[in-house]
Design a protein. Structure first.
Length: 79
């Protein structure tokens, strides 16, 4: 639970984010490697990890200049 969104935008967020909503955020790639090793030893399935030390923010996207467009990221609430 890293973000919240108004209920009226749930479907749009779920559709846009798709499976990325199930990625697991961890502090470092070292943590991800340790967790992955445990999962593999337990034969516990697959997970996509997002280590914060490897993520690099991109320049902000260019949104269409239109009254009909709402950048979804502006509707998300997060710390």
């Amino acid at each position: 639970e890293l973000f919240d969104v108004d209920e009226k935008f749930f479907t749009a967020v779920e559709t846009a984010a798709a499976n990325q909503l199930f990625h697991v955020v961890v502090d470092t790639d070292e943590t991800a490697a340790r967790m992955l090793k445990e999962l593999q030893q337990a034969n516990a399935g697959r997970v996509t990890f997002m280590p914060l030390n490897r993520l690099r923010p991109q320049d902000g996207p260019q949104y269409p200049d239109s009254e009909d467009v709402i950048p979804m990221v502006k509707k998300l609430k997060f710390e």
